[in-house]
Design a protein around this ligand. Structure first.
Ligand code: B12
Ligand code: SF4
Length: 465
């Protein structure tokens, strides 16, 4: 039976956006897992990636050409509009007999809203690797389930097939994706061929701008693949793509110290030297400096860290479990071991005062990260802070397209966004001395000749004083 999966991620860059880094050049592990699970049960699976298309007419042509029996669509909150448009087109303009199935974070956290669209035949909440192939089988055998909402069974992560990256690569190649890399690299420290990998699901922390969404999708207990299973996938990926770097997508890879230590041991033992990035938390970095050092010795080149705010009151409000001091200490440790810092932080958090925003600015100046990733706080459905914003009438969001953590739109009522725009710029302005040090380091790298780099640095210093 023919199954077409749809990746709808066009809310950021729109159609024709394939290959533009992060949002438009990475695979969806959710769909890649559904694909391998369905293929393992004998189904024929292909993909329509809206990012590769020129517009809705091409989407219609593609669906007609592929003649699927079932179309499966994944959906974050931000994907709501394109997904609704897809199912309406499929049912109303192409063939009402095609069976439509949606799943992913948004149907899981906002089921009632999604269920309103009767062009959706089935909604799978939570995880799909077991339930989706079962549903396909039932449809194939002519005994489709009567209930419309199916609760996905959580799979044993070591028992499911590895994600089907070819689902994306083969499709992208038809649209001229020529990069010899499974996914699009995004920082100079991670050279191509680059790819992303996931070692586990869920997060044990309780930040109010994120939870309980993660728990609703993946359950209360974090599940991690065994280090052996991840290494086995990496070995396969090395053979297949000869990758030069990769990144872990896990919400917080470092939360399980024993896991990290064993992974590092195996990574080295298997002869891997490729650099990688992962996501971590400031408190973990401070608590486990020895683990951080081990990770660096193994190949970890950078960490995504959610510093969020420079105000202790705001960090408490966010239930972040860290403090400004911990944030600063973590940054110091990263610098000590040469870990590149990708700093996530937010401005415009409900209840935040201008003084507290200034504290975030001063913290960012001290942290002096390699990459700034600021956001105007966005209330994401499924999180407690979203509910707070709704209860207090604070959300300015009028379309699902706005559920992005971008720093360009007003999201919360009553805040001075002119000030926040200034704060955004100011938070990314480095102290002169830090800027100088960075330039010298860059020159050093570029010229790799001490005398020439020193001459340029001297010139720079004279300009500075
Ligand atoms: C990697 C990641 C990204 C990457 C890559 C996204 C991609 N191409 O898939 C990048 C950085 C691009 C990204 C961007 C964003 N992300 Co993001 N991301 C993640 C992260 C960390 C991992 C996603 C993942 O692969 N999970 C593992 C897979 C296996 O799980 P899954 O995708 O949920 O799929 C399973 C089930 O949901 C279900 N399922 C999913 N789809 C379908 C479809 C069918 C038919 C069925 C049956 C089942 C099913 O089965 C799958 C297998 O079990 C998650 C958090 C998390 N741990 O999941 C956040 C997360 C999904 N992102 C989130 C957000 C908010 C965003 C952004 C809006 C942030 C922003 N920058 O503004 C953007 C939007 C991007 C877009 N669509 O335009 C939120 C979504 C919350 C919500 N209410 O929608 C999450 C949950 C993080 C959080 N806790 O807040 N993201
Ligand atoms: S923000 Fe990060 S650390 Fe906090 S609960 Fe969400 S995934 Fe976990």
């Amino acid at each position: 039976m023919k199954v077409t999966l749809v990746y709808p991620g066009i809310s950021g860059y729109g159609f024709n956006s394939l290959g533009r880094g992060m949002d438009a050049g990475w695979v969806s592990h959710g769909l890649a897992h559904l694909s391998s699970a369905a293929k393992a049960k004998g189904f024929e699976v292909d993909l329509i990636d809206l990012r590769a298309l020129s517009g809705w007419e091409e989407f219609k042509d593609e669906v007609r050409k592929r003649e699927p029996r079932v179309v499966g669509l994944t959906m974050m909150s931000v994907d709501y509009n394109p997904v609704m448009r897809c199912v309406d087109i499929i049912k109303e303009e192409i063939d009402p007999n095609i069976i439509t199935v949606v799943g992913g974070p948004h149907p899981t956290v906002a089921l009632d809203e999604v269920a309103k669209n009767h062009n959706i035949d089935y909604i799978v909440i939570r995880e799909g690797e077991i339930t989706f192939p079962k549903l396909l089988k039932a449809i194939e055998e002519g005994r489709p389930p009567e209930e419309r909402v199916l609760v996905g069974e959580p799979p044993d992560l070591d028992a499911i097939p590895f994600p089907d990256r070819d689902l994306f690569l083969n499709e992208w190649r038809k649209y001229g994706y020529t990069l010899n890399s499974p996914e699009v690299p995004f920082v100079e420290e991670l050279p191509p061929p680059f790819l992303t990998i996931i070692a586990g699901r869920g997060c044990k922390y309780n930040c109010n701008f994120c939870q309980p969404a993660e728990r609703k999708i993946f359950g209360r207990k974090v599940r991690r693949r065994s280090p052996q299973n991840v290494i086995a996938e990496l070995k396969l990926l090395r053979e297949k793509y000869n990758f030069a770097s990769f990144m872990f997508h896990d919400d917080c890879l470092t939360e399980d110290r024993e896991w990290v230590i064993e992974f590092c041991r195996l990574y080295k033992a298997e002869g891997f030297t490729q650099p990688f990035f992962c996501q971590s938390r400031a408190d973990i970095i401070v608590r486990h400096e020895d683990m951080v050092k081990l990770m660096v010795d193994t190949g970890c080149r950078g960490m995504f860290i959610g510093f969020e705010s420079g105000s202790d009151r705001v960090l408490r409000f966010l239930r972040k479990g860290t403090t400004r001091e911990i944030n600063l200490k973590a940054a110091k440790i990263c610098k000590k071991y040469g870990i590149v810092i990708w700093a996530n932080y937010m401005l415009g958090i409900p209840t935040e005062t201008k003084e507290e925003v200034m504290e975030t600015i001063s913290m960012m100046k001290e942290i002096d990260p390699d990459y700034y990733s600021p956001a105007f706080y966005t209330p994401h459905p499924g999180s407690d802070l979203y509910d707070y914003c709704i209860e207090h009438g604070l959300s300015l969001i009028t379309s699902h397209d706005q559920y992005r953590r971008n720093p360009t739109e007003m999201k919360i009522k009553g805040l001075d966004y002119e000030f926040l725009k200034w704060a955004l710029e100011e938070s990314q302005r480095r102290k002169s001395w830090n800027a100088f040090k960075r330039k010298v380091r860059k020159l050093w790298k570029r010229y790799a000749r001490p005398k020439k780099a020193a001459r340029k640095a001297w010139k720079l210093l004279r300009e500075l004083v």
